[in-house]
Design a protein around this ligand. Structure first.
Ligand SMILES: C[S@@+](CC[C@H](N)C(=O)[O-])C[C@H]1O[C@@H](n2cnc3c(N)ncnc32)[C@H](O)[C@@H]1O
Length: 218
């Protein structure tokens, strides 16, 4: 794994074995905001006083860390629960090597492969270690207000973009939740539809095509 600096000056890594980086070269932290936090309406949900976020493919945790920052800016009293799914202890240990401009990342810095659950005030973060395709089966029905879906690309990691996984995402989402992802791949969208998710274009940011947002109902 090689450290890279993205265009917004936030650090990421290039996974040389897989041939993909963990974030957009245009800006790792900005990507979290544009591709996940805004489309999943994190600020609006924070106003209700409680938010539960599923951060699929947690990596360095930037996506949910940005969400926590924005939710607390909107409502400092908000109760926030983040569940992350991640199978690679190495990327979790790399959290110690980055310093993104994210208020509250100090809490993420307490996460290590040995200590995967942390809490500060009304914010709890728990990373469930293991293959996301198995681990998601342990999560409760109808639970998450937002799902950040950030695996490696459909070309590199097609197993993550299958109907069976999206069926599980459907199951754990509340009726109002939005799932957001950076890709607009045909195969991914077809599998979302087969799983009962209703998709639409997400924001265009950092690449030519849009991301995808999906909900349980129109
Ligand atoms: C594009 S990176 C995600 C970056 C991350 N969201 C962040 O902010 O740092 C993809 C992540 O998915 C993880 N991953 C890939 N396949 C997985 C699987 N089957 N189960 C759990 N995690 C997986 C990788 O280890 C990697 O951390």
């Amino acid at each position: 794994m090689r450290k890279i600096i993205t265009a917004d000056n936030s650090e990421s890594f290039l996974n040389e074995e897989i041939g993909e980086s963990y974030h957009s070269h245009k800006g790792a932290v900005e990507e979290a905001l544009q591709k996940y936090v805004i489309p999943c309406k994190i600020r609006e949900i924070a106003k209700t006083g409680k938010i539960r976020i599923l951060d699929v493919c947690f990596g360095l945790g930037y996506n949910s860390a940005k969400a926590v920052e924005c939710a607390l800016e909107e409502n400092p009293e908000c109760e926030i629960e983040v569940i992350g799914l991640e199978y690679d202890p190495e990327i979790i240990s790399r959290i110690q090597e980055v310093n993104p401009p994210l208020r509250g990342y100090t809490l993420y810095k307490k996460i290590t492969p040995q200590k995967t659950a942390v809490k500060e005030g009304k914010v709890t973060i728990r990373v469930v270690m293991g293959d996301a395709r198995e681990m998601i089966k342990k999560l409760e029905d109808n639970y998450f207000d937002a799902v950040f879906f950030d695996p490696f690309s459909p070309k590199t990691a097609p197993e993550m973009w299958q109907e069976t996984f999206f069926r599980e995402v459907w199951r754990v989402m509340t009726s109002k939740a939005v799932m957001a992802t950076y890709s607009c791949a045909r195969m991914a969208r077809d599998n979302m539809s087969k799983a009962g998710l209703v998709y639409d274009d997400g924001p265009i940011w950092g690449r030519r095509g849009p991301g995808t947002i999906a909900t349980k109902w129109v």
